[in-house]
Design a protein around this ligand. Sequence first.
Ligand code: ADP
Ligand code: MG
Length: 156
Amino acid sequence: MDDNTVFDETYFKALHRRTFESLYDWAGEYRHFNMIKGATRFCQGAYVESASHKLFAEFEQANYLKNTGISKGEFVRQLAYFKCELIALHPFYELNGRITRLFFDMIALYNGYRYIDYSSIAPETYINASIQCVQFADCRAMEKIIADGLNLNDDE
Ligand SMILES: Nc1ncnc2c1ncn2[C@@H]1O[C@H](COP(=O)(O)OP(=O)(O)O)[C@@H](O)[C@H]1O
Ligand SMILES: [Mg+2]
């Protein structure tokens, strides 16, 4: 990552591929089958590609959150919205949680924050916030998790 990094769909897929290609030959490939976790049904496999294009087009409109100068509250709100959309998309067979957190950590770093600290969040709190995102299109619980874990990088 450097100043010219564009956090677009190509970058997102490549991040999954480059991080996991030594482990799985489907790294960086979207799923084409349906997936559920618990009572949650993620985006249908047949629509993952088109839904992802649409989401990243919206993300481009938001300038990939490379908005120097917006308040922390506004940054958290926008980041939570796009993170919830990616959680609902669940585009890969596995490792969506890890790659989604890494992706938004990079965006946080780009904007002068530290990586988002989830260490004080209980796993079930995170899953419940994800359930709110996917089943009820409500990103407020995830927004709170991000607000609590996001801090400016004062070391710079
Ligand atoms: N029951 C659920 N409802 C909605 N989202 C869920 C549920 N369980 C897990 N998730 C979401 O899916 C992510 C895990 O997806 P997964 O592909 O297994 O990634 P990883 O292996 O990196 O944890 C979690 O971080 C959470 O955001
Ligand atoms: Mg997993």
